[in-house]
Design a binder for this molecule. Sequence first.
Ligand code: B3K
Ligand code: ZN
Length: 858
Amino acid sequence: PQPIRLSDYRPFPFEIETTHLAFQLEPSATRVTATLKVRRTGAAGEALALNGERLALKSIAIDGQALGANQYVLDEERLVIAEVPDAFELTTQVEIDPSANKALMGLYMSGGRFCTQCEAEGFRTITFFPDRPDVLSRYTVRIEADQAFEHLLSNGNLMEAGQLPDGRHYAVWNDPFPKPAYLFALVAGRLDVLEDDFVTMSGRTVALKVFVDPGQASRAAYALDALKRSMKWDEEAFGREYDLDLFMIVAVRDFNFGAMENKGLNIFNSSLLLAEPETATDFDYERIESVVAHEYFHNWTGNRITCRDWFQLCLKEGLTVFRDQSFSADMRGAAVQRIKDVKALRARQFAEDAGPLAHAVRPSSYLKIDNFYTATIYEKGAEIIRMLKTILGADAFRAGLDLYFERHDGEATTVEAFIACFAEASGRDLNSFFSWYEQAGTPSVSLTHAYDAAAKALSITLTQKTAPTSGQPVKKALPIPVTIGLLAQDGSPLRDSEVVLLEGESLTVRWEGVTETPVISALRGFSAPVTLTTDARPADAYVLFAADPDLFNRWEAGQGLARGLILARAAGTPDEVGEERYAQALGQALDDAAADPAFKALLLALPSEGDLALAVDPVDPAAIHEARDALRARIAVHLGEQLARIHGAMQGDGEFSPDAASAGRRALRNACVDLLSADPHADNVQRIVGHFEAAAALTDAMGGLSALLAVGGESCETALAAFHAKWRHEPLVLDKWFSVQARDPSPDALQRVLALTAHADFDAGNPNRFRALVQGFASANPARFHDPSGAGYRFLADQILAVDDFNPMTAARLVEPLGGWRRYVPALGDLMRRELERVKAAPGLSKNVLELAGRALE
Ligand code: B3K
Ligand code: ZN
């Protein structure tokens, strides 16, 4: 297959002024009639080429005249009409089979309802259309269906609805805002609705409706509340007001990813919408809040201003992630939020950037755009926006964004046009900044320093380097904002934070008036997505760990200490004195009455195995796992009484509340339980069993179950069985029962996972269930995935191939865990490579999997 290239972009030579769609919904034979008002905008004589896949063409006419078979060419992917007038109306009628659509792209059935997913290129499986984001059109949609499909929904405002003969009914929707096809949506079916409204800053009342499975409306209350807070926040923080009179969200159970920002009709994976204390963890509540916000924020960053082509994906995604992260920081506390965001960035994006699937935030070619909805485009894309704000300052940043909204409203635009707004508003040259979009790989920054006690001067030298990535052997220096502050040896503040902008390969700054030997706190708040090494003495990290006023760096200092200790052990040179000292420092941090429980919970979690793997070459997952476990056990022994005491003190919530403070208390008590499981003596086991059995909130039940899996034995099996019996009819909770077992690092985990693929409740056709088990195992259980026999890899490859048959998008996302094969010890790397080769050679493979397996093997 031929790659698509950024440099090949050409505007579409026609404008589609209006699009009228008429749906005759039938699960296995839906008729779609599209009437497009077309006007030539390009050169005379250019053919009209429309995308269309898996469509049975029933009729085609221009200005009411049916076209003969010799007047157009139809192949698997396109309908081309060579000769068309300069302005005309094109009418096509096609038939499609939503009930057979297991790829979950386009129009499909979930739980007996019709729903759609069009981004990026699903619209072309619904009707013939220029399915590209730069073709904006005004849509009217008429939906007709059996009355059993009670609600008939589409984008915009409801214009008309009524009954028809033969038990059918219809609705007509009009969306006044021109939009690209990927933002089209349709839902039809029996649903319950939770309603509210929101008065915008200019005083308009917007009706809010959340549609869910019958009987589940109460579970949508938190999402609805998050929506209202998002609408308010976007007005206050960015001056953005909602623009339609109606905003709808629908929850569906079968969905390939999280949620979708269709204009006025967001569609959500039910796992990111439905929440009650017994059926959702605090993490779910957090995700619901941030994803509801994210999709809502897209209304301006994505919908009102969209992307010229899919290479510009980060224009809407990076910016919108930045906006949702800022929202969450305001809702839940900036430091804790930042730590969580950076953990996620390192776990997913840094890993991606370190392997053969590394790509630029704005890539320059692809086979399947579906493969580029990655941590790099989303999370690193957001980091770039954050750096822009750090470099320009909040006011110039806001001015640039205001200019962007004003200048490009209603357009499909580019990253260049976006950056130009900030250059113009701030008067700064941002040319070199643009390299952040074009260059893949995580820069390494090293910091060295010299303190001149006599002159009371500190000089700091920063140097950067980015290792080559596939296709980009030579790397440029990037503008890297490094926020630096100083502490005295006793931990008191010596100098406030300052942003040092490292622009070339290396930079030395000299600070006068530094009155004593300082402890340097660098890259505060994780001011840039880089890996930092410094020449600091180990003792400095203890000063930062105890006292850095920048809480991110306080946490980071602890992680750095733990990382060093674990890696020393993994290398066969354990530092037992250091481990005791670390455990003691951790104990002191836990005793700090002023610190937030959510922050303490983060302190208690050691760096993940994935994080540790990024720091060594080659990676030996078993050695890392054992070393990490050993440090966990040591901490559990050293701090046992204190952990038990804190666990006790964090009990008793009163009535459940999902707010950050209550969630923080739950996070801390579960972090204690997690550590106690590393020292499974009778008292601890009893405490864990008690924790599980008394759990009222799902967060506690899951924390208990996961700890019991680590302990193993009778009490674990009893708990698993009890949990299954209680929740077998609640799909979202049952997903967690699958995933907690997939993530369990006990030696028999692979056997358990294999057995679970044959469990009556396992369903590879449902992405949530499938990912809970397979992704949970391959991405979150390194110790067992990297079984020396290669059985874990074989299992993953088998699953990729099985699912690729009907759902290529979901299959392709599983390639990544095998992708890093070059970084593993050769005995494992070879086995991983062989499984990738087997996948790549499989007959009938999708383009999606082919592209990723191919790149991983390059
Ligand atoms: N824009 C969608 C993602 C669509 C993924 C298509 N493969 C959700 C989001 O980022 O908000
Ligand atoms: Zn998004």
